[in-house]
Design a protein around this ligand. Sequence first.
Ligand code: PHB
Length: 391
Amino acid sequence: MHTTIGIIGGGPAGLLLARLLHTSGIDCVVLESRDRAYVEQRQRAGVLEQATVDALRGSGAGKRLEREALVHEGIELRFDHRAHRLDLTGLTGGRRVWIYAQTEVVKDLIALQLDDGPPLHFEARAHAVEGADTDHPAIRFTHAGREQTLTCDYVVGCDGFHGVARSAVPPGAQRTYERSYPYSWFGILADVAPSCDELIYAHSPRGFALHSMRSSTVSRLYLQVPNGTDPQEWSDEQIWDELDTRFAVDGDWRLRRGPITAKAVLPLRSSVTEPMRHGRLFLAGDAAHIVPPTGAKGLNLAATDAIVLARAFAHLQDTGSTELLDAYSDTCLRRAWRAEHFSYFMTTTLHTGPTQTDFDTRLQLSQLDRIAASPHAAAELAENYTGLPLA
Ligand code: PHB
């Protein structure tokens, strides 16, 4: 089996890249180790930037998004029992964000791809990338109980931090910069109308809380919890009580409660692998970088990797020049580090660390106060949150 671009991983980066290549007439094959049901129910973030939405539309996968996504023009910050709205659109000269779950993005891309190509194989587990530094790289994988080889002109690893693509790069040829955080997020889905029109990011002495949503009838909420927390330790009532306490604000706001349909704890980490290329192997999405979810950047970074890479392959096809491919790693790393800084800033400004002193808390409140008081400080947050323009 041979293809021009072999893509490992059928998450947002791999699927979007495949669609964008397909629209440029470049053939590719996607190998996904899990089955379709697993990939389609994996709960992830839900905030899309303009560039991500544009790419989904351009790839033909924007129709349901167009109908169902909630368009948001602001977010709320809560701290010190005060609520402060950030007018994202006003602060950025017109930018907005779309609330549409990653699982829905993935479902739309899969449906389109199975209908219209290029090939997407589920339960196709890649176990090696060979010859990345030659002109004939290959992916060895197992599918339907058979060992197979896909030879490619290029391989793109969109298979996450623990994927085979990252590990195919010799240790001396890459460097990973990492940071872990001393807290996790406890995320729930609840069958209840959101208690707000826009997302609420809350700082509280008991820790961070986030109110997000999936639709007009489904709420998505998160609580900061200690690392290693077992979600089963928390009763539904305890979860709602804790959310109530952390969102508490002067005035009459009430958190609506409803049946909790999913509970999961996720750790927070930051990581960047440099460079995002080794020979004819390119890394994209979580295989190259991970951000804590506080800035809502993970899916959008994965999407921009796919966009930049698709343009570079199209440029190679049209002109024979590898100029854009050669710039891929630098282009995406510059963007990734900006997102890393923003996500780190949002995380450390809003969470309460286990060794946090009152001095640290005063610094956080001063920073939040500054954002609430100064359009300049607010604009810096708003520009990063809505996504910096893709050159
Ligand atoms: C979500 O809806 O899951 C979500 C929203 C905003 C974030 C993180 C997660 O910053």
